[in-house]
Design a protein around this ligand. Structure first.
Ligand code: ATR
Length: 267
């Protein structure tokens, strides 16, 4: 039995063991997957312990994605773009790191929700780790991206990474008045404290998709989007399942059927 785990703090509410368990069952993989809470000052030590014990890889979640990035022997270009790692592979004495969050978001938006990103106007709310992790994938998929954040300097720092590659604009929330988007993604942590970023009315174009990266609850952002007439309102559960599928596929070389798992989780 090959062993895998997700490391975070806190970790008790993680759905990853359930999701990977369903993937393993579906694809008949002989593997285990558990949730491990690392002490806040003990992430690297936990990873080393797992390697010593013969684990094949692990997922990394809040707040350790940057530490994971810093300790890899090899990084994928996706990890480099995100400057964060959510998937580790232990292979030939090395730690390989990648980031499947962006691919997961894209798969959910484009495949599950059927919303194509090419030439769409997207607004990304937030400039923390969650926003940084999906910015390059959105940009690479062909969307024009505005980043809005309370602390505009942080949005500007993210936007500055695109100098030469294309145009990504940083905006204050006040500057959003009068602008309209095909897609608004909430990558702030506001939903976790039942708060709503200070958004103006009239943000959504006809047919617009509103996407909250938080899952498991109806956030104030989702309620706002419904009131404001967004055509589709989604939470982040699909992204969670898709990023897990991408990691699973890297570890096991077999792609699980995410739709079946997503349907099961939604029940
Ligand atoms: P994460 O890794 O989840 O992105 P983070 O790095 O702490 O967490 O970033 C949290 C993000 O949510 C930030 O963009 C933060 O805005 P500031 O940089 O201005 O602090 C944003 N955020 C948190 N609560 C918010 C709220 N109530 N309204 C708007 N933005 C909020």
């Amino acid at each position: 039995t090959d062993r895998y785990a997700v490391i975070g703090n806190p970790i008790s509410h993680s759905k990853s063991p359930l999701i990977h368990g369903l993937f393993a069952e579906q694809t008949r993989q002989d593997m285990s997957y558990e949730a491990i809470e690392a002490p806040l000052d003990g992430f690297a030590a936990t990873v080393q312990r797992l390697r010593t014990e013969g684990y094949k890889g692990c997922n990394v979640t809040v707040p350790f994605k940057f530490e994971a990035y810093a300790m890899c022997d090899q990084l994928s270009s996706r990890a480099r773009e995100a400057k964060a790692v959510n998937t580790l592979i232990f292979r030939d004495g090395e730690i390989l790191g990648t980031n499947t969050d962006g691919v997961g978001l894209l798969a959910d938006i484009e495949n599950n929700l059927g919303f194509k990103l090419m030439w769409k106007d997207a607004l990304l709310l937030g400039a923390g780790g969650a926003a940084a992790g999906v910015l390059w994938p959105l940009f690479n998929a062909g969307a024009g991206v505005d980043i809005a954040n309370r602390t505009v300097d942080k949005a500007q720092a993210l936007a500055d990474e695109f100098k030469g590659a294309g145009t990504v604009y940083a905006r204050s929330y006040e500057e959003l008045a009068g602008r309209k988007y095909d897609l608004v993604i909430n990558a702030t942590s506001s939903g976790l404290s039942d708060e709503l970023p200070p958004l103006p009315d009239g943000l959504f174009k006809p047919g617009a998709l509103a996407y909250d990266m938080v899952y498991g609850r109806e956030t104030p952002f989702m309620a706002f989007a419904r009131r404001q007439g967004a055509a589709v309102v989604a939470d982040g559960l699909g992204m969670l399942v898709e990023q897990a599928a991408e990691a699973f596929c890297l570890w096991r070389d077999v792609r699980p059927d995410t739709r079946a798992v997503l349907d099961k989780l939604r029940k």
